[in-house]
Design a protein. Structure first.
Length: 180
């Protein structure tokens, strides 16, 4: 797991509630092995959802598998460029607190990244690291993903998880918050 953007500076509160998001298919349209910032397309309502959460003092994190690195499709630097572009598209109070990604895959062709690891979802490693580094209250936090592996990683990390099937992410997040 690697954080590509330094955490946003903020005072530590008694309880750090957090919303964790898978990236492709939840915050941005899944175009398959995204490596160029110019190809980013936000999911409908994604930026509004982040704004809603910021207004309620939820920390916001991205957890994403990026096997394209292990498969030789792009270098890790491409991931950083995409995440930097996502941050640049958000107003200061809404920015993502940290991005975490896993560049590994057991079927990769780049030896350095070809392995089974604890950070690749459904393993909970990325989430566990963010929980520890950012003092996240598991019971007051949740993850939104679009795959079973996202939900399993959250379950293994002791965080509630919600399966996003598309549509307006802000409406989806509003419904989650109403149910909590």
């Amino acid at each position: 797991m690697v954080a590509t953007v330094p955490p946003v500076a903020r005072k530590r509160t008694k309880t750090n509630r957090a919303a964790l998001f898978d990236r492709d298919g939840v915050l941005i349209v899944d175009t398959g092995y995204l490596s160029r910032p110019c190809d980013i397309r936000w999911v409908e309502g994604a930026q509004r959802a982040l704004s809603r959460l910021a207004a309620l003092d939820y920390r916001r994190f991205v957890v994403t598998n990026q096997s394209g690195v292990a498969k030789g499709y792009f270098a890790e630097a491409a991931i950083a460029r995409v995440h930097d572009a996502m941050q640049a598209a958000l107003p200061a109070p809404v920015k993502i607190d940290a991005f975490a990604y896993c560049p590994h895959h057991q079927d990769g062709i780049v030896a350095r990244y070809t392995r089974i690891c604890e950070c690749r979802k459904p393993a909970p490693g990325m989430l566990e690291r963010l929980i520890a580094d950012h003092h996240i209250d598991r019971s007051a936090s949740f993850l939104v993903g679009d795959r079973a592996s996202d939900l399993e990683a959250a379950e293994r990390a002791g965080i509630r998880a919600f399966l996003f099937g598309g549509g307006d992410l802000d409406r989806f997040v509003a419904d989650i918050l109403e149910a909590l």
